[in-house]
Design a protein around this ligand. Structure first.
Ligand SMILES: O=C(O)CCC(=O)C(=O)O
Ligand SMILES: [Fe+2]
Length: 228
């Protein structure tokens, strides 16, 4: 699910451009629990993410509310993902990518063989073991953008090769769609010219790239589809 002004749970004003429902909810009577369950999770993660954003601001030597004014109506997405066991090593769960938000909080089920991997600074894939009561926190593209690359967005991928079913629920937390972001003043180098990005436009560009590379079969595998 993503931001959807027609979902009353999100308290967003409905405008002509947002009047069409964007989320699709299961209608089968056995699945009606899903929507309230997702919104329960969404509300908790939303508040948690706002607190995390304060922590990130403090870590950048800024007042904790520095990013609040451009995150009043954050774009958010929750994905509930099922990874069946891969048949072949060469199969891709999710190809190597970075996320395009401030940061992502990933809740993952436990598998004996870790399926999520992150790329470290030495270009080595590091398995991310599932630990009880923890989230994986991925720095994503907008934190990379505002820090001028001082912080990197985590390159990560999923290969579920341990023979078990795997489930994960990433929560993606972004600035407002119409926010403009650029490199923070105190992280700028003299003489350099810095571009400004409109968050929604950057987001759309990344979606377009990822959707066109998400092709079933060989083509998609070659390009490392993200499944977004
Ligand atoms: O399933 C995971 O652990 C990560 C999912 C992911 O990277 C994504 O959906 O962007
Ligand atoms: Fe991701």
């Amino acid at each position: 699910m993503g931001e959807d002004a027609t979902d009353p749970e999100q308290n967003r004003p409905i405008t002509p451009s947002t009047a069409e429902p964007r989320n699709q909810w299961p209608k089968h009577p056995d699945s009606l629990f899903w929507r309230p369950a997702i919104y329960h999770y969404y509300n908790a993660m939303y508040d948690f993410s706002k607190r995390m954003l304060h922590i990130f601001a403090l870590a950048l030597d800024l007042p904790e509310d520095h990013f609040d004014s451009i995150t009043t109506h954050p774009m958010t997405n929750i994905r509930a993902v099922h990874y069946p066991p891969q048949e072949m090593e060469s199969d891709v769960g999710i190809g190597a990518h970075t996320d395009f938000c401030w940061f992502t909080l990933v809740c993952q089920s436990k598998t004996a063989y870790p399926a999520l991997e992150v790329l470290n600074g030495n270009a080595i894939w590091i398995p991310v073991h599932s630990q009880p009561n923890t989230f994986v926190v991925n720095i994503a593209d907008f934190l990379k953008l505002v820090t001028g690359g001082t912080w990197r967005s985590t390159v990560h991928r999923v290969r579920n090769i341990g023979g078990e079913e795997r489930y994960s629920m990433p929560f993606f937390f972004s600035p407002n769609e119409d926010a403009k972001v650029s490199v923070l003043e105190h992280l700028r180098r003299e003489g350099e010219v810095y571009e400004e990005f409109v968050v929604g436009e950057y987001f759309q560009k990344r979606l377009d790239i990822d959707r066109t590379t998400h092709i079933d079969g060989e083509e998609g595998r070659k390009k490392g589809a993200t499944g977004y």
